[in-house]
Design a protein around this ligand. Sequence first.
Ligand code: NDP
Length: 335
Amino acid sequence: SYVLVTGATGFIGAHVVDNLLAKGLKVRGSTRSINKGEEMKAARPQYADKLDFVVVEDFTKIGVFDSAMEGIDAVIHVASPFFYNTTNNEEELILPAINGVKSILTASAKPGTNVKRIVLTSSFASILDVNSNPTPDFTYTAQHWNPLTYEEAAAPTATSVIAYRASKKYAELAAWDFIKTEKPLFDLVTLCPPMVFGPVVHPVANIASLNESNAGLWSVAAGADPLPGARVPAWIDARDLAEAHVQALLRPEAGGKRFLPAAFDPFSYEYAADIIKGEFEWARGVVTENYVSGTKPSFPYGVDGQTVADELGVNYRSFKETVVDFVGQIKDTLA
Ligand code: NDP
């Protein structure tokens, strides 16, 4: 019996794969690239008999998972398009996100399959209301939903950031709707993480192919000027997020719930710049001086990371630890 991890050769998916393997579970990863799958397998010789990969085509086609389900007991659906340099938001972000969810749920519900739970990587993007300007006494929880409409996000004038936020919301809604209308034999757990950073354990050929969120953090170490602006002050380490996914799979009482995994300390790229200069000799003179240093970020509103700590038993890393581990790794391996 296997856990199917989609997006297994991506940043978060590969951490989920490693967490499952470390717990003794057998993993089938799905990827669009057999080369990346083989590279990941070759890097984990100790798990040769516990890890395999299947190639699934692009999610723009429905039905791509139908042949991947044999022997699968549970699914962690991580894969979804996450990039901002689009030419057609609806075709490249919104529809693939939704179709990916529909494909995996439909394949998991087919007669003869044995899937008992699906854990879905949604996003804080499906929670956040960017126009609400909440006050410090307001706390975002897993009960909140981003109010964007499909039409607003799919409009040709919408930015890719808006389209990405809608892609995550409408993909997650498609999953909850499927449960309601189809009443499959499996249950659903969704996770809505904010920005995710951390060392990489998936194949990354060069700095230019770093995933979107880590690319922003690395740009600070590489001397970006001005520094990027943080869209939200909330974040989580990819290793902690992987643990949240696996606990969401293993704990029976998590079934049917939506979670917001978020570290307790806020982040900013200014804070990252301070950490990088403080820890790495080589970064002094590279990281820009064009920002106000020495101020720790703060949350303008609350973000409930406590429920995941309590109900999924996740111990969050500090932003400093994550930055040091990630920047040190990239400097040693890719830069
Ligand atoms: P990556 O870009 O590293 O991973 C994305 C994964 O999705 C890849 O494995 C990719 O497959 C797969 N994928 C993307 N588009 C398609 C498509 N059209 N058809 C099939 N597969 C596709 O990003 P992350 O690991 O950061 O993102 C993983 C998930 O986490 C996404 O659902 C994202 O929305 C979510 N998330 C990420 C956050 C972050 O800050 N990083 C924050 C909140 C949520 P392949 O490897 O074959 O290219």
